[in-house]
Design a protein around this ligand. Sequence first.
Ligand code: TYM
Length: 332
Amino acid sequence: MRETVVSGIRPTGNLHLGNYFGAVKNFIRLQNEYNSYFFIADYHSLTTHPKPEDLHGRVKTILVEYLAAGLDPEKATLYVQSDVPEVLELYLFLNMNAYVGELERVTTFKEKVRKQPDNVNAGLLTYPTLMAADILLHNADFVPVGKDQEQNLEKARDFAGRFNFIYGKEYFKIPQAFNFGNELVKVPGLDGSGKMGKSEGEGNAIFLAEDEKSIRKKVMRAVTDGGPTQLNQEKPEAIQNLFTLMKIVSKPETVQFFDDAYNNMSIRYGDMKKQLAEDIVAFTAPLRERIIELSNDDEYINKVARTGAEKARESASKTIREVRDIIGFRHF
Ligand code: TYM
């Protein structure tokens, strides 16, 4: 039997290069060889209270961008999380054995508490249990995610193992994080520190659907410094980030050229950024075209979502039936 892969993305805006290189790129390769489920985590996005009039459009955006990037509904099951409400029952079961103390220690939760102290809702605290439910709903072997999701995935592994232990049955597999290069990826943003997509701030992220002019403008404005003052100097974070981005989208010779220039102090950041912008544009332009095309094809998009939901519910309802039985629910 083929092994199973599950992953999802929250519909909070357009996909950016972080989402692509951290997650979607792996989805595209994995769908060829694995029993794959890729979904849009719209239940998860409720932690930030989106307006009802925005929610559907955001979900559609991600679905269109999944397809434009190369996810194939003939190979993978593409679905919207809220079309498969079975996940909520598993979420409830897992929550019964998830402890408040351990959930409070999750770094992303602590960050949210700091960033949005007036909206520390219970959904945020139990975010990792819902994510575990997504993964265990299809009994995944692998979960392709970026580095920032490592701890959430660790919780999913804990909850799977705990369920098995409590009920004395090796029912759930212990899911593993996945990246083709083995190391999970962290794509840096353009604002000098941290990951792309970290803040909603203008200029930090580059989107797959972004037009060339805007990409060039953002890259040219990326944070740099006055340049190296010694030969072979260690790179400060903002400069390292530019190099990391370049490694992701440019040819190795290009990276080597600017690396040499940095080390011998002849580098001109303006030239480096120009090159980086061109390489990003070359990568995103065909994607952007497909995004525009697909976003006008509502009939196709609706069909993909409906077929995906049906397939996902089949797998989900089997899991729920089995889990209910293990827990001890019996029909009268
Ligand atoms: P989300 O929506 O924040 O991000 C979606 C995916 O993109 C990756 N990613 C990055 N990777 C590398 N560098 C970056 N700068 C970067 N920014 C984002 C994320 O690691 C993620 O893989 N909790 C998840 C969504 C989710 C999920 C799941 C994932 C819900 N249920 C079940 C896997 C399995 C999230 O918020 O990702």
